[in-house]
Ligand binder design. Structure first.
Ligand code: HEM
Ligand SMILES: *[C@@H]1O[C@H](CO)[C@@H](O)[C@H](O)[C@H]1NC(C)=O
Ligand SMILES: *[C@@H]1O[C@H](CO)[C@@H](O)[C@H](O)[C@H]1NC(C)=O
Ligand SMILES: *[C@@H]1O[C@H](CO)[C@@H](O)[C@H](O)[C@H]1NC(C)=O
Length: 317
């Protein structure tokens, strides 16, 4: 690298640090003295939850994604009531997000060990990592020190969480507006190697698209009729729905992406080569996924004296 290129690189790195400067305050050892058992409590509770229902790892992972797109401050966990409207009933979330009871269980166990110390936002970040690990995915070190929101915005959730009917450029723009690159988008979408989707999320794709394997479409139509059965489930990865592997990308190469937005990642566009790379190389995928998860976990956290440590993840203190 020439010295001009080097200083350019340094300046760009500094700018990106400044742009997301609140990240710098998160630290893996944040609770080392105040709640030394935190990580083992979360791990134990997640191990039980995923043993009971493997899909729970997927549901918690999605909860973390939808939470972090609005800032990783656990605003998504707040219940609506007569005077408060939060994110839970936003269109991408209602009758679809799951796992709130598991987060409640973990919170109860953490509170019993370390009263009013650990945020719901950090519990969600740790639980997400531990769920992925239980299904055979990569591990990563989770930076901690997030605090919990005292508000939530349903309208922001409606407008900022990408829809399964989006095209590639819309997805790249949506992730870009959160500081995530196209490469992050492709790596993070590998989360769809686990979990389930409802018929209403993929009906149009299996009846109306041309970039789909006809046998796959036929199989999926069997449990997703043209009308009715909106909540019938199908696995996002038809091959290994409870293994966190790179099969998702192989499915895309075979035109077996379940969601329209999945197949958009491999449809003759700018990211085809990267999809091929991840399909061919598990290690590269798992490494990029873990790095992108840390990056996603750094989106606009509340730190310092902002926000609060919620006692009950469902209500503001
Ligand atoms: C790229 C844009 C994305 C779109 C449009 C999208 C959309 C969806 C949709 C529509 C579902 C099924 C919901 C239902 O039918 O109830 C789903 C499920 C899921 N999504 Fe995504 N998603 C995206 C990215 C991500 C990312 C980045 C992650 C995590 C890093 C993620 C994790 C999951 C998981 C794990 C499930 C299964 C949840 C379960 O079984 O409970 N998704 N997604
Ligand atoms: C993608 O979708 C957006 C919003 O629906 C639309 O404006 C845009 O033209 C589409 N882009 C392509 C390349 O199809
Ligand atoms: C297929 O597309 C047509 C035209 O856009 C639409 O009217 C129809 O409802 C779609 N069918 C399904 C099953 O989504
Ligand atoms: C409604 O929820 C908000 C946000 O959690 C909370 O501050 C408020 O106390 C709740 N109101 C009632 C009546 O429970």
């Amino acid at each position: 690298m020439s010295s001009i290129n080097k200083s350019f690189f340094v300046i760009v790195s500094m700018l990106s640090l400044l742009a997301f400067s609140s990240n710098a305050q998160l630290s893996p050892s944040f609770y080392a003295r105040t709640c030394p058992k935190l990580q083992s409590i979360v791990r134990t509770t997640m191990r039980q939850a995923v043993a009971t229902e493997p899909r729970m790892a997927a549901s918690i992972l999605r909860l973390f994604f939808h939470s972090c797109l609005q800032g990783c401050d656990a605003s998504i966990l707040l219940d609506d009531n007569a005077t408060f409207t939060g994110e839970k009933n936003a269109l991408p979330n209602i009758n679809s997000l799951r796992g709130f009871e598991v987060i409640d269980d973990i919170k109860t166990n953490v509170e019993a060990a370390c009263d009013a110390t650990v945020s719901c936002a950090d519990i969600l970040a740790l639980a997400t990592r531990d769920g992925v690990v239980r299904l055979g995915g990569p591990s990563w070190i989770v930076p901690l020190g997030r605090r919990d929101a005292r508000t939530a915005s349903q309208s922001a959730a409606n407008s900022q969480i990408p829809s399964p009917f989006s095209n590639l450029s819309t997805l790249i723009t949506a992730f870009g507006s959160k500081g995530l690159t196209a490469r992050d988008l492709i790596a993070l979408s590998g989360a769809h190697t686990i979990g389930q989707a409802q018929c209403q999320s993929f009906r149009n794709r299996i009846y109306n698209s041309t970039n789909i394997d006809p046998n796959f479409a036929t199989t999926r139509r069997a449990n997703c009729p043209i009308s009715g059965g909106n909540s019938n489930l199908a696995p996002l990865d038809l091959v290994t729905p409870t293994d966190f592997d790179n099969e998702y990308y192989t499915n895309l190469l075979n035109q077996r992406g379940l969601l329209h937005s999945d197949q958009e990642l491999f449809n003759g566009g700018s990211q085809d080569a990267l999809v091929r790379t991840y399909a061919a190389n598990t290690i590269t995928f798992l490494k990029d996924f873990a790095a992108a998860m840390v990056k996603m976990g750094n989106i606009s956290p509340l730190t310092g004296t902002n926000g609060e440590i919620r006692r009950n993840c469902r209500v503001v203190n």
